[in-house]
Design a protein around this ligand. Structure first.
Ligand code: ZN
Length: 307
């Protein structure tokens, strides 16, 4: 079960104690030994609690939490709107134009979807905002997510607007091009899930964190299945393999594509929504902790000298 959020006061209202020697500041590695636990790092200003209590999100900067939270909400709402628009668009075109869509209707739909895609990317950008004291390796991972998602979504928009030429210069080249946006977006979604895994853990939401981890691996497996299916398609297209490959294999791949991928992505979306809600609570708590710290009287400057 997820641990309930402990009241903000529990972290700050305890009697300030002297920090034992050998405890470095989380952000700048300044030696905090001998300082009071309710103060801030003299070097960089990070609350000392953040270095003592590990990396719990409730001690993170509220501004950063708000940014990540808004990113998660944007992802949820744009993805839902995107799906709704695609379905409504298809149904509308079929009902009102008997399948033969007018170019204007198609264009309006494409522009609306492209607009939602841009908004979605803004959400991913905000969700993957690195924390100010994040180590370079973590920062690189977040940048990788951004690059993958931006390339995938941009390519998808370009494909929607562009007219795909069937004459591919390389055998199977067209197939690879048609699938590339999905590969990139799927890889990015897996990384988003691992990012949520780490943050949910820091928010004390262990069940959510485990679900995100499992979903991340399912999405990664889906990427493997998609690449396998494309390779088979490629081999068939260059006639290395005569005819269609075995029915069982194609059945498994088809099932995976039609059932596992949509269900996993839906799970991912629900998890991002749950995560956003959790972050909202954590952010309120973080704000409370910060304000509490600001108004606390400063500890006596030199307690040992008084004895
Ligand atoms: Zn510091």
């Amino acid at each position: 079960m997820d641990t309930p959020l402990t009241p903000a006061r529990a972290l700050t209202a305890t009697r300030p104690e002297a920090v034992p020697t050998g405890v470095p500041c989380r952000a700048c590695e300044y030696e905090l030994g001998g300082l009071f636990s309710d103060g801030n790092c003299p070097e960089c200003g990070l609350p000392i609690q953040a270095s003592i209590h590990g990396d719990t999100l409730a001690l993170a900067a509220p501004a950063w939490l708000a940014r990540v939270e808004s990113g998660a909400w944007i992802i949820v709402w744009t993805t839902l709107s995107w799906l709704g628009l695609v379905i409504a668009g298809r149904v509308g075109i079929t009902l009102f134009t008997q399948g033969a869509a007018s170019p204007t209707a198609e264009l309006v739909l494409k522009v609306a979807l492209a607009g939602l895609s841009v908004w979605f990317l803004l959400g991913v950008w905000r969700l993957t905002t690195p924390e100010h004291d994040l180590k370079p390796s973590g920062r690189r991972l977040l940048h990788l997510v951004r690059i993958l998602m931006i390339s995938g979504v941009t390519l998808n928009v370009v494909q929607r607007f562009g007219t795909l030429s069937r004459a591919a210069p390389v055998p199977g080249g067209m197939l690879a091009y048609e699938w590339l946006d999905e590969f990139l977006a799927t890889a990015a979604w897996a990384c988003v899930m691992f990012h949520v895994t780490a943050l949910a853990r820091r928010a004390g939401a262990y069940k959510m964190s485990n679900s995100a981890w499992l979903t991340g691996w399912f999405i990664a497996a889906s990427l493997g299945v998609m690449i396998l299916a494309m390779c088979i398609g490629l081999l068939v297209s260059v006639s290395v393999v005569p005819g269609a490959p075995g029915g069982l294999l194609m059945g498994i791949l088809g099932c995976w594509g039609a059932i596992v991928i949509p269900v996993t992505l839906l799970c991912a979306l629900v998890l991002v929504g749950q995560f956003a809600h959790r972050l909202e609570l954590v952010r309120h708590r973080a704000t409370l902790i910060r304000s509490h710290q600001r108004f606390q009287p400063a500890p006596p400057p030199d307690a040992s000298a008084q004895t």
